[in-house]
Each structure stands twice: as structure tokens, then as C-alpha cells.
Ligand binder design. Structure first.
Ligand SMILES: Cc1cc2nc3c(=O)[nH]c(=O)nc-3n(C[C@H](O)[C@H](O)[C@H](O)COP(=O)(O)OP(=O)(O)OC[C@H]3O[C@@H](n4cnc5c(N)ncnc54)[C@H](O)[C@@H]3O)c2cc1C
Length: 473
């Protein structure tokens, strides 16, 4: 608390990865007069666990996506996981897969493998567009241009696995160029990516241990305010005042807002004055996707021995991606299986009762195993990210016809109020590493102002114009 009386005060709004790393960055530069304001009763944000079937399972982020290759760039989340001894296992998304359709287990791994090649070709084509400064297209158009045009249920399910299961939205809904960036900067070592590996956290302290333990290393109790929901943010060129739902106010010389894009989009927090047009356009241009893991616990395992299963239904995106936690590498003997849905299908099931969703899921399990008497699960759970007012979705995704200036505008400060989070990351939106790097960058921008002599505003574009007039004659 002694340090709290010295120097300018910074309010860090949100205690997820971005907020904690911003705080650490300030601390490392000798600025300790800050407070992290967090609605929930713990740090970690979308790194969130629950207890299910006797195990700690991950409701949100679960994988370190991209690690490190040799002495190349390291994913900072991988570095933190090693530092805090977070227990992880390699998860083989491409080589340990069992395929199903509505008649049961049917081998269509050839279709699956071809779809992986299509995805790679699509990202290469996207990269070529960047090099030539060509406009963005949808990822669907990108697929069609490389002649990947899924026609069968199996082809559609394979494409879903490659695409929607990562971006939480369809190729129609997504930017071709941004989805290639999202992939390459993380996985493709030729493009500065970390590695192709996906490590799944199986740590029983939760994946969140890596950020909570990191926070413990430098935060003092007076630097954290948990159970504090921000209702109002008043900002100007000289400072920021925040009002909580309990009526308390906090004042800072600077503030960093790390709330999810979904929270900003839904007016859950009021800004005074209203955010400028350029900012509102950027906020409403990016999209918040939803990624929903649905957990089932059975008395004992009756399913595939691979890590992953894919189910091809006539409806694209209907309970398609399955993962066995009752596997020697994860939680052997646990009887836990989970299935993931995304996008509109997630929004749809969030509006249904658990019972109804369980009945739909069990209908699919029984299609996958027509010759087995499958019992009802003894436990059933899924988180509702889209309706959760502290998140309003799982992570961001760029829609087609990406305007690069919108990313700058999403991140730009308004007066003394700064912004960061996974959604403001050009290279790593949607990923933990995006939240990390953006927290670091935002704190460095605030530090540049604090340390002066001049305080530059971040670049923003008042209007984003079309390259040519709409009518040319
Ligand atoms: C289901 C799911 C699966 C994912 N899988 C992966 C994965 O495997 N690998 C990966 O790299 N990434 C994954 N992600 C993405 C990753 O979790 C996020 O990119 C990252 O955690 C975002 O961190 P952040 O700090 O930007 O935001 P957040 O974690 O959302 O932090 C913002 C904080 O603000 C708080 N807050 C919101 N509103 C208010 C308010 N009004 N007042 C006070 N506090 C408020 C929230 O409680 C939250 O703690 C996944 C996300 C989800 C949801």
C-alpha cells in the first residue's frame, strides 16, 4: 500500500490474462500504483475451471496452441506453463482420430486428411493475397478458389473440424486473410509461428494456475479488487473514473479496459462520453464467436481409443467434434467424454434446457454406437459463454473483408482510456497469446505516457474509406 500513494494511478479493468500481464509489465517498470478490478472472485478470466466427474475440467481455454521450435520464438503461454509446472499433454488433433457418420463408426480418414490439405492450401492462397495487397475475401470464397467444395456430410464434417472448431464460426462468416494469419503466426514456423503442437492442460489446479501463480509473484492484496463489477467508465484527457455496481467509484490517471469484445458490444458497461464513432464501428465490426464444450460422464468407457472422434451429420455443425478424456494421456478411468459445438449452434443450445441438450447429444452417441446399449450419463454439463454477461461469447473472430484499420481502431486509446485483450490482437486474436501480448503492449503504451516527455495517442482512423467510389461513372 505504501507504493500506492506514489506516482500516477492506473486502473486495470478485468483480471484475465491481458489484465494480469499489463499489471506485471507496469510493475516491472517500477509503477506499482495500480489496481486490477475484476467482477469474479478469482483472476484468470476465460481460463476457467469447474469440477466434473471428480476431475478439474476446463470450461474455457484448454490448449497451449503453438509451443516453441528449437530456439525460435516461444508462445509466452508455453513459457508461463513451464515456469509454473502446469501439467500438459500433447493432443494429437490430426493423427489420433476415429470417424463416424449416422450409421456408426465408418472409416473416412481419407476425406479427413484431404480436408487438412485443403486448409493448408487455403492459408497459402491467403498469404499470397497479402503479398500482392489484394482485398480480403471470405474463407468460403478462399476455399472455393482452391477448388475445395465440400459436398458430402463427411466432407463438411472434415471441413468443420479444420475450420469452425478453431475459429468458432463458419468459413462464410470469417475473413480469409485473418484466418490465415490466425493460423500462421501461431503454428507456421516459416511465418514466425511457434510450433504445430497443441498441448492440453490436464493440471488439477486448472490451466488458470499459470496466470494465478504468475500474479501471486508480484501482486500485493491492495492491488486487486475482486467481486467488483464495473458499470460505468468516465474518461477524458486527464483521467478515468469508474463506477461499480455497488456504487463505489475508483479514480485513475489512466485506465486499461480488458473486457471482452462481447462485453463492449453489448453495452454491459456504459462509457461517458459515448465512445467515438470510429471506436464503435471497430467494436461492432469484429465478431464474438462461441465455442462450447459439452461434458458427459459415464460409469465406464465404451467409446473410441483415439484421442479425437468426428461425427458427420447431415446438419453441418451438429455435435461434430468428440474428445475422450478417458484416455491414457489424459484422465484414464474417468469415464469422461466431451463434444464441442460452435457458432450459431452454441447460441441455439444455450437457449435450451440442459435436459433437452442432453437428449440431443445422447441421440448422436447412440447413432455413433448403434450396437451398444449406451447408458444415460451420470453427469452432464456445459458452460453458457454467449449468455454470460461477463464474456458474451468465447473469443473473437474477424468477419470477411477485413479492414486492417479496424484492428487499429479497436486498440486505439480514447483520452486516458486504453484497450487490450485477445480481440485487439492483429496476429493472435482468439488466443491466450493474443491476450498476453496485447496486455504487455497496452501497458508499455501507458508507460510511455507516464514517463513522457510527450504522450502520443495510438494511431486511429477517423473514417475508413473504400478504395474506389461505389459508383464510378
Ligand atoms: C471455451 C473457450 C475455449 C478457448 N480455448 C482456447 C485455447 O484452447 N487456447 C487459447 O489460446 N485460447 C483459448 N480461448 C481464448 C482465451 O481464453 C482468451 O483469448 C483469453 O483468455 C482472453 O483473455 P483476456 O484477458 O483478453 O479476456 P478475459 O479473460 O475475458 O478477461 C477479462 C476479464 O474482465 C472481467 N469482466 C468482464 N466484465 C466486467 C465488468 N463489467 N466489471 C469487472 N470485470 C469484468 C471478466 O470476468 C474477465 O475476468 C478459449 C476461450 C474460450 C471461452
Amino acid at each position: 500500500a505504501a507504493a500506492a500513494s506514489n506516482g500516477p494511478r492506473v486502473l486495470i479493468l478485468g483480471g484475465g490474462v491481458s489484465g494480469v500481464i499489463a499489471a506485471r509489465t507496469l510493475h516491472q517498470s517500477g509503477i506499482d500504483n495500480f489496481v486490477i478490478v475484476e467482477a469474479r472472485d478469482e483472476l484468470g478470466g476465460r481460463m476457467m475451471t469447474t469440477t466434473f466427474g471428480g476431475k478439474t475440467i476446463e470450461q474455457g481455454a484448454n490448449w497451449i496452441q503453438g509451443t516453441q521450435t528449437g530456439k525460435g520464438p516461444a508462445n509466452p503461454i508455453f513459457t508461463l506453463a513451464k515456469k509454473h509446472n502446469v501439467s500438459t499433454q500433447l493432443n494429437d488433433w490430426s493423427g489420433s482420430v476415429t470417424t463416424f457418420d449416422t450409421t456408426g463408426a465408418v472409416d473416412w480418414l481419407d476425406v479427413f486428411d484431404a480436408s487438412g490439405d485443403d486448409f493448408d492450401d487455403m492459408t497459402v492462397a491467403a498469404g499470397a493475397r497479402v503479398d500482392q495487397n489484394l482485398v480480403d475475401l471470405s474463407a468460403r470464397t478462399g476455399y472455393s478458389l482452391i477448388k475445395a467444395k465440400p459436398k458430402t456430410d463427411q466432407e463438411r464434417a472434415a471441413e468443420y473440424y479444420q475450420y469452425d472448431w478453431e475459429y468458432a464460426q463458419t468459413p462464410e462468416e470469417s475473413s480469409l486473410i485473418a484466418s490465415a494469419w490466425g493460423n500462421n503466426f501461431t503454428y507456421n514456423t516459416d511465418q514466425g509461428g511457434f510450433s504445430e503442437d497443441n498441448l492440453m492442460s490436464i493440471d488439477q489446479r486448472g490451466f488458470k494456475a499459470l496466470i494465478q501463480l504468475e500474479a501471486q509473484d508480484f501482486l500485493t492484496p491492495s492491488q486487486i479488487q475482486l467481486n467488483s463489477v464495473v458499470k460505468n467508465i468516465t474518461y477524458s484527457k486527464s483521467g478515468v473514473t469508474v463506477t461499480l455496481t455497488n456504487g463505489k467509484t475508483l479514480t485513475g490517471d489512466y485506465a486499461l479496459c480488458t473486457f471482452s469484445l462481447g462485453v463492449l458490444q453489448n453495452d454491459d458497461v456504459k462509457f461517458q462520453p459515448e465512445l467515438p464513432d470510429f471506436k464503435q464501428e471497430a467494436i461492432q465490426s469484429m465478431v464474438m464467436g462461441t465455442f462450447t464444450k459439452i461434458f458427459l460422464k459415464f460409469p465406464k468407457k465404451f467409446w473410441f481409443d483415439t484421442e479425437m472422434g468426428i461425427f458427420a451429420d447431415s446438419t453441418r455443425g451438429r455435435y461434430p467434434v468428440w474428445q475422450s478424456l478417458d484416455h491414457p494421456n489424459f484422465f484414464p478411468g474417468s469415464g469422461i467424454l466431451f463434444v464441442t459445438v460452435t457458432g450459431d449452434f452454441s447460441i441455439r443450445i444455450e437457449a435450451l434446457s440442459d435436459q433437452k441438450v442432453q437428449a440431443e447429444v445422447m441421440e448422436v452417441v447412440r447413432m455413433m454406437y448403434p450396437n451398444i446399449t449406451v447408458p444415460e450419463p451420470s453427469e452432464f454439463f456445459f458452460p453458457r459463454w454467449h449468455t454470460n454477461t461477463l464474456f458474451r461469447g468465447s473469443y473473437s473472430n474477424w468477419p470477411p473483408a477485413l479492414s486492417s484499420q479496424h484492428i487499429d481502431n479497436l486498440r486505439a486509446n480514447v483520452g486516458r482510456l486504453y484497450f487490450s485483450g485477445e480481440a485487439t490482437s492483429r496476429k493472435y486474436f482468439g488466443f491466450l497469446q493474443g491476450a498476453y501480448f496485447e496486455g504487455q503492449t497496452a501497458a508499455n503504451n501507458i508507460l510511455a505516457c507516464i514517463k513522457g516527455p510527450t504522450c502520443a495517442n495510438l494511431e486511429h482512423f477517423t473514417q475508413i474509406n473504400n478504395v474506389l467510389p461505389y459508383e464510378n461513372n
